[in-house]
Design a protein around this ligand. Structure first.
Ligand SMILES: Nc1ncnc2c1ncn2[C@@H]1O[C@H](COP(=O)(O)OP(=O)(O)OP(=O)(O)O)[C@@H](O)[C@H]1O
Ligand SMILES: [Mg+2]
Length: 244
């Protein structure tokens, strides 16, 4: 396929009656990791929820593999090849690892990819998910998104609250997804780690795209990133997210 795998054109999204995301045009090319950055409250999760059909898209179009999906219910978007690892890291705590994966299995999906990417999970397949470490639970949540053989996976803040060594492990696994033919739309607070694995980046500020370009343009450029996140007027506010 030469065109984008996922294409948003002029998409605006509400939370309830409140407009949060405004006129976003975005593309994920096949075989790439595309990064979405932005300060807390910029609208990143709302953007993914809109793509997944969990928040109301009020204008614009969303295409997956050139098919319009913007009016489909969430489960049909998933069937069309859209995987979503949501920001809340929720597993079924009293079910085993394998049962958690099976619950998410659609049609003839299989667990091989999840176990291939995360051998840790296969070793603990009969353990109740509530006994896994935070990092392993995140692996399980990502693994669950893989069992229905998606073409594209959206991953929202998988590193939240995890130790840097685990975050690196997860980031390497995300990069490995490309070898399975899965493209990625990645939201990440650890901007520099995301920019290292990503090809193209978007930065959202107050629900609008304020940067659209190659990751290399932002990589290691804290000043530029800061300006994208907060604008020059707010300079000095909220640097915590960029330091990591
Ligand atoms: N259910 C809701 N109703 C109204 N406003 C909401 C709702 N959920 C989120 N918002 C608001 O929408 C804005 C964007 O929130 P969103 O969660 O999309 O941001 P985010 O970029 O993912 O932030 P974070 O980095 O903290 O996860 C915020 O101002 C938030 O307060
Ligand atoms: Mg969020």
């Amino acid at each position: 396929m030469s065109g984008p795998l996922l294409a948003l054109d002029g998409v605006s999204i509400n939370r309830g009656e409140v407009p949060i995301v405004h006129d976003v045009t975005l593309a994920v090319r096949p075989g790439t990791i595309t990064v979405v950055l932005g300060a807390n409250g910029a609208g990143k999760t709302t953007l993914m929820d809109g793509i997944a059909g969990l928040a109301q898209v009020t204008s614009g179009t969303i295409q997956l593999g050139q098919a319009p999906i913007g009016k489909l219910p969430t489960y049909k978007r998933a069937q069309a090849g859209l995987g979503y690892v949501e920001q809340a890291r929720t597993v079924f705590r009293s079910l085993t690892v394998e049962q958690n994966l099976n619950v998410s299995k659609a049609g003839d999906g299989d667990l091989g990819m999840a176990y291939g990417l995360f051998p840790e999970l296969e070793k603990r397949r009969n353990l109740q998910a509530g006994h896994l470490s935070g990092g392993e639970q995140q692996m399980l949540v990502i693994g669950r998104a893989l069992v229905s053989s998606p073409k594209l996976v959206m991953i929202d803040e998988m590193s939240l609250g995890l130790a840097p060594v685990i975050v690196r492990r997860l980031m390497n696994a995300v990069a490995d997804l490309l070898q399975f033919g899965i493209s990625v739309l990645l939201i990440e607070q650890f901007a520099n780690l995301a920019l290292d694995v990503g090809t193209h980046a978007y930065v959202l500020r107050k629900g609008r795209v304020v940067f659209d370009g190659p990751c290399t343009e932002l990589r290691g450029d804290a000043d530029r990133l800061h300006e994208c996140y907060f604008g020059s007027v707010d300079a000095g506010a909220g640097e915590e997210g960029l330091a990591r």
